[in-house]
Design a protein around this ligand. Structure first.
Ligand code: PEP
Ligand code: MG
Length: 543
């Protein structure tokens, strides 16, 4: 048994097999082969096998993660069926008298370089697809077992790092837990893991040899056991059962009010990153959605999602929430949330750079498309819109001008809209300091403690070296929250928290005492926090 420690991202216990998620570099030997016919036949058989594997993968992906995510496998098949691709392989087999593996690797390498050198971001992104196809063909030719994360049952997925988009693409049901070598506990991948409510660790020194082995992830203490002793396994199975029982007890709180003992009512909402998460929101009986991180719609796509596809998502979320408030945050792209097709370019300090509302006010066509989709969807439920990364009143005035013009445009087209509340994220120290002025302009504030902590403490939330410094309990952060609540209330503006700190049960009482109106947490934490709220007597004290 090996026992390795890491840092916990999501609590909970997972027991199962390890899947090392990696784009493995395969070494391919060049061998002189005289019988080119035989090599060509080997290639053709491998190509057919690859197409059939990919077809199966496509079908499975459609069933499990949806048609859109599955589309990538169709692109792979198209490349494999392109005669130019096959010609380049067979030409190399004949002209250089080499083995099929080598010809595939070389042809793949050349094609990758062609794609990599293209201006168009879409074609540039095809480089990775060609690499994937080449690896599949080489694997088949060398008789190696298919090892595809998406084809296996739920496993403990391990990787050096997982990008937010990879996590989304792999799909929740593919993970029992995830363990990474790199990645801060405050990264967006970590946030996704919390939303998915699967045990997760980071900072683990991952070994290649663990692939396929049995393991336990103890997300509470941040420990990984590889090939655990039978006694240890028994202990954790028992704990897992106890956790399940405790969870069932919490389920009894479904349908109960989020009210303190002395009658203060809190809006206890849930955070989501996709339409799929709504099931968890309903399952855990949240009173609304306090933060729909709409940027994941963009990160999941290969290109800018159009108005119709966004409208369908917002409408479905609003309808499924059946009149409960759904706060959709407009696109917060930039910093660690990047999509190739945005072509954002290199920045020295992306966290303090071109992100969030700055991108939307600069590239208004993207913003207007999203706003049209949101206002259209507002006719089907209780949608509110929230804007990220605000630092000035001027930004809100610009936003208002755009939203007014979008509403006018819809009206002129005879498209109905509902009543939409508009609010902003308070996640920069600037926004806190002028929260009295901002409160005059909007219906609600939602404090983004993740960014507010990073900007207040000048500590990059992505930098794992700074995890000990990145302290959301720092008095400076708590005072900022207090100041925001006071200024918001003075000017008739509701104040909530949707950053990670909202789920910190050690602070629930403090927040209520500060006068917070809303807490928005991952769906799985709604009921544990409801339990705390229902046992609190609200008072009023300063930090
Ligand atoms: C935050 O900054 O606290 C927040 C909720 O936004 P995000 O984590 O998506 O940046
Ligand atoms: Mg933020």
């Amino acid at each position: 048994m090996e026992k390795v420690t890491g840092r916990s991202i999501v609590k909970g216990i997972a027991i199962g097999k390890i899947l090392l998620y990696r784009k493995e570099e395969q070494s391919v030997k060049r061998t002189k082969v005289k019988e080119s016919d035989r090599e060509e036949k080997r290639y053709e058989a491998a190509r057919k096998e690859a197409v059939s594997q990919l077809n199966e993968l496509y079908e499975k992906a459609v069933r499990e993660v949806g048609e859109k995510e599955a589309e990538v496998f169709k692109v792979y098949i198209m490349i494999l069926e392109d005669s130019n691709y096959t010609d380049s392989v067979t030409h190399m087999i004949r002209s250089q008298q080499v083995n099929a593996e080598y010809a595939v690797a070389e042809a793949g390498d050349k094609l990758s370089k062609v794609f990599a050198g293209m201006e168009d971001e879409y074609f540039k992104a095809r480089t990775a697809d060609v690499k994937d196809i080449t690896e599949r063909l080489v694997r088949i030719l060398s008789g190696k077992q298919e090892k595809e994360g998406i084809q296996d049952g739920p496993m403990i997925v391990m990787a050096d790092d997982l990008a937010p988009s990879e996590t989304v693409q792999l799909g929740k049901d593919k993970f029992l837990a995830f363990v990474t070598r790199y990645g801060s506990v405050h990264s967006h991948t970590a946030i996704l893991a919390r939303a998915m409510d699967i045990p997760a660790l980071t900072g683990v020194d991952i070994c290649r040899e663990w692939d396929g082995k049995m393991a336990i992830v103890d997300g509470c203490l941040g420990v990984l056991y590889v090939e655990p002793e039978p006694e240890i396994l028994e202990v954790f199975k028992k704990r897992q059962k106890e956790d399940k029982e405790a969870r069932e007890l919490l389920m009894k709180l479904k349908g109960k009010e989020d009210m303190t003992l002395d009658g203060k009512k809190i809006r206890l909402y849930a955070n989501i990153g996709s339409e799929r998460d709504v099931t968890d929101v309903l399952e855990n009986d949240a009173a609304g959605i306090g933060l729909f991180r709409s940027e994941f719609l963009y990160l999941e796509s290969e290109d800018y999602p159009d108005e119709e596809s966004q409208f369908k998502v917002y409408r479905s979320v609003a309808e499924n929430m059946a009149g409960k408030q759904v706060i959709v945050r407009t696109l917060d792209i930039g910093a660690d949330k990047q999509a190739d097709y945005f072509g954002m370019g290199y920045e020295e300090n992306p966290a303090m750079g071109y992100r969030g509302i700055r991108v939307c006010l600069d590239r208004q066509e993207i913003f207007r498309t999203q706003l049209r989709a949101l206002f259209r969807a507002s006719a089907y439920g209780n949608i509110s819109i929230m804007y990220p990364m605000i630092i000035s009143v001027d930004e809100i005035r610009q936003i208002k001008e755009i939203t007014e013009s979008v509403k006018e445009e819809l009206k002129a087209q005879g498209i109905a809209c509902g009543k939409v509340e508009q609010g902003i994220m308070i996640e920069t120290p600037a926004a806190v300091m002028i929260s009295d002025m901002l409160a005059e302009e909007v219906d609600f504030f939602s404090i983004g403690t993740n960014d507010l902590t990073q900007y207040t403490l000048a500590a990059d939330r992505q930098n794992m070296k700074l995890d000990p410094i990145y302290d959301a309990h720092h008095p400076a952060v708590l005072r900022m929250i207090q100041m925001t609540v006071e200024n918001g209330h003075k000017h008739g503006c509701r104040v909530g928290i949707c950053g990670e700190l909202s789920e910190d049960t050690a602070l629930t009482r403090t927040f209520i005492e500060m006068g917070i109106d809303e807490l928005s947490v991952p769906p799985s934490l709604v009921l544990p926090i409801r339990k705390i709220i229902r046992n609190i007597k609200a008072g009023r004290e300063t930090v």
